[in-house]
Every structure is written in C-alpha cells, then in structure tokens.
Design a protein around this ligand. Structure first.
Ligand code: IPD
Length: 256
C-alpha cells in the first residue's frame, strides 16, 4: 500500500500550486473534482491491483469496483481536501484503508506536501513516519482543541448543527474547520487535535482515520448512539476520558 500511495503522491507534488488546469467538473455547486483526483484514483487502483489482485474497491471518484475476492476491499479517497489542494493550502491527503471481511485492518493517510505518512495495522499501533503516535491525554473538555468540517457552498447537510457548534464553542478552547476529514482524524491519532466531530461525511473520508485513531489508543463513535459511523456518516473521535463529555455536549445541543 505504501509504494502505491507514494507513487500516486508524486502527481500531487507536481500539480500542487498549478491551479489553472486543475478544475474539471463540479459534482455539486462547490464540490470539485480535479484531474489530479482522477489521476491519483487511477494510479492507486492500478498499483494496488498489481500487488493484491482481485480485491474490490470503493473510491470517491470511481465508486464501487467489484473484485473476485469477496473478503477484501480497499476504501480510497484520492484527495481528501480537494478544495485545499486547489487553493494550494497544504492540508489534504491521500487516504487508503483496507477492509477484511468488513473489518478495517490497514490504513494509510499521506500528506504529500508535508511528507507525513500516517499508518496503522490492526493490533499493531499507529505511526507517523514510522514513529509511534498516541491520542492526546487531556481529560478536561475545557482544555481541548477540536476539529470539525464546514460544508462546501451548496452542501445541503450541515456537518454540525448550529446548536452543536454553539454548545461546543462554550466548552472547548478552540474549534477548527480543516477541509480534510481524513487528515483531521490523523491529527487526532497523533495527539494534535483532542477530538474530531463531524456529520454527513462518506466512508472514504473516515475509513483510514478510524483505524488510525483506534490504533493510537483512541475511540471512534457515532455521536448519537451505538451505530457504526461508516454507515451513518456521523463521527466523533477522541480519547476515552473525553468521549462521554463530547457525547454529553452534543446531546445537550440536540435538546435545544
Ligand atoms: C471532503 C473532506 C471534507 C469534508 C467534505 C468532503 P473531498 O472530501 O473530507 O473534510 O467536510 O464533506 O467532501 O471532497 O475533498 O474528497
């Protein structure tokens, strides 16, 4: 997986800052697909199929690609944070997860501009450029820095309700809208953000990040209950001590 991601990353390193030719289409107003998204998607599928023939794919740009192996599936966002990439804001990532029998077993999230490779294998811990990482150990919600996502223009579904944002704002130190859910989750794994909370994102935005956070000793939950964030699209990632406090804050917001 690492070789495929590094090969695909070279095209982003080349195209980064070359804004003129990048926009190819809009999936929805403000939701862009660039040539770079498509190139990275193709390289990843080709390279991964060479080393793992028969595995299925779920990617942001291609959707479902059936495989002959019923047990394995790669989940890919070729550029998570396309808008940041288009504006030469160096906060975006290639993000790839591997599922075995529906369980996340390997993850890579790579920022090709800062050259930060976040990796995890189930049961093996989480790493940033091969150094072990762990989630932050803060226990008091009042000390925390939290990431969430702001929708693109035209996005109908708010990532967080206004009530949720205002309750969080009253409790935490800072909230950051980053533009890359995958990289925000990697930052939670690395102990940079204390938590990440977001609604209405896709499996490819979160798959690798979920394993990274878990393997860094953190917890990932649906903010509203016991469901699987990969199915609901709603995610809260943080450490064990903070989890109930964030859940409480979000449930207070729902009562408003
Ligand atoms: C986007 C990012 C962003 C999230 C959007 C996604 P993309 O992915 O994950 O953080 O708020 O909902 O669409 O489109 O840049 O791959």
């Amino acid at each position: 997986m690492t070789a495929a991601v590094r090969k695909a990353a070279r095209t982003l390193q080349r195209d980064y800052g070359e804004l003129a030719n990048l926009q190819v289409s809009q999936k929805a107003p403000g939701d862009y697909v660039t040539i770079a998204d498509q190139k990275v998607d193709k390289i990843l599928r080709e390279e991964l199929a060479k080393v793992r023939p028969g595995y299925a794919f779920l990617t942001e740009e291609t959707g479902v690609v059936a495989g002959t192996d019923p047990d394995h599936r790669f989940i890919i966002d070729p550029i998570d944070g396309t808008m940041n990439f288009m504006h030469a804001v160096p906060f975006f990532a290639i993000t790839v997860a591997l599922e075995r029998k529906g369980e996340l077993v390997a993850a890579l999230t790579y920022n090709p501009i800062t050259d930060e490779m976040y990796s995890a294998e189930k049961g093996g811990g989480a790493f940033l450029n091969n150094k072990r990482i762990r989630v932050a150990q803060r226990r008091d919600i009042h000390d925390t820095l939290v990431s969430y996502e702001v929708p693109h223009r035209g996005g109908k579904d708010l990532p967080l309700s206004r009530a949720e944002i205002s309750v969080l704002q009253a409790r935490v130190v800072g909230i950051r809208g980053t533009g890359s859910a995958a990289l925000s989750l990697a930052y939670v794994a690395a102990g940079r953000f204390d938590a990440m909370v977001c609604r209405n994102i896709k499996p490819w935005d979160m798959a690798a990040g979920i394993l990274l956070v878990r393997e860094a000793g953190g917890f990932v939950a649906d903010p509203d209950g016991e469901k699987n964030p990969m199915e609901t699209g709603n995610i809260l990632a943080t450490n064990a001590d903070l989890l109930p406090h964030f859940k409480d804050a979000l449930s207070k917001a729902r009562e408003q």
